[in-house]
Design a protein around this ligand. Structure first.
Ligand SMILES: [Zn+2]
Length: 255
């Protein structure tokens, strides 16, 4: 019997060529190691929008997503992905295209964002460019009308830039409420992702898809454990507890 395995969605942010300034960014060097590991282990990279037809996807499917759209993703992620024949999805805050991630405070090289020209090039090369709202707000703090504006305008800006339909969304800071879910559907998105960890098939609502966060310094073995357990916390302490429970379960059931 072949075991059917749920797809898994990973969340990356910046991929700088230097030491990451943010806990959420991964050095380009380490990111390249993640890609080689995924390829060696037989994972197929698919786009976030491909999850709309999940039954057509290969057994070990992984969605690599990038939030915000950092400029260092071009050389640190897009080019290596292309070199290995892999693909990924970018969630872009449209007000920040070609400028800075204003919510991170003082601008630096690592807060610089991809330009429209780069996004178009990446889209043409087969990457998915999707929505992360316009101004990267905490949607749960906005009225339904304000959320409607953020979601519909960002979609229109990207569709105009790329001349294609944009159907995927990621909530900024992973924060959303019941309005966000209904507004996402009303404004024509087909799926949205959160930052709650778990397997793709553990969430039936297409506007609340789970993702595993990758943090600065996550080694290849950490990535391997995250892929196995679909969790952000894969510390040895937690893993030890997991295996201890399994041994305990086995003992109980063998009595
Ligand atoms: Zn973001």
């Amino acid at each position: 019997m072949t075991q059917t395995r749920s797809p898994i969605v990973l969340m990356y942010h910046g991929t700088p060529n230097a030491q990451p300034e943010s806990h959420y960014s991964l050095s380009a060097n380490l990111f390249a190691k993640h890609l080689r590991y995924l390829q060696q282990e037989g994972w197929t990279t698919v786009l976030f929008k491909d999850l709309q037809n999940v039954k057509t996807l290969p057994e070990k499917s992984v969605v690599i997503t990038f939030d915000d759209g950092y400029e260092d993703n071009y050389s640190g992620a897009f080019l290596p992905l292309m070199g290995l024949g892999m693909k990924a999805t970018w969630f872009i805050a449209t007000d920040c295209i070609g400028s800075h991630a204003h919510w991170l405070g003082k601008p630096s090289t690592q807060t610089r964002m991809l330009t429209g020209e780069r996004l178009l090039e990446m889209h043409t090369a087969g990457m998915e460019i999707a929505s992360h709202t316009c101004s990267h707000p905490d949607l749960s703090a906005l009225s339904a009308d304000q959320q409607q504006l953020e979601l519909s305008k960002a979609k229109a800006v990207l569709e105009d830039l790329l001349s294609t339909q944009v159907s995927s969304l990621a909530y900024p800071f992973g924060r959303f409420n019941a309005d966000s879910v209904s507004v996402a559907e009303q404004t024509g998105y087909r799926m949205a992702c959160t930052t709650r960890p778990g397997w793709f098939d553990s969430e039936p609502n297409p506007y609340m898809i789970r993702r595993i966060a990758i943090f600065s310094g996550d080694s290849v073995s950490t990535l391997a454990r995250k892929l196995n357990f679909a969790d952000n916390d894969v510390s040895w302490k937690k893993m030890t507890r997991y295996y201890a429970n399994r041994v305990w379960d086995k003992l109980i059931h063998s009595i």
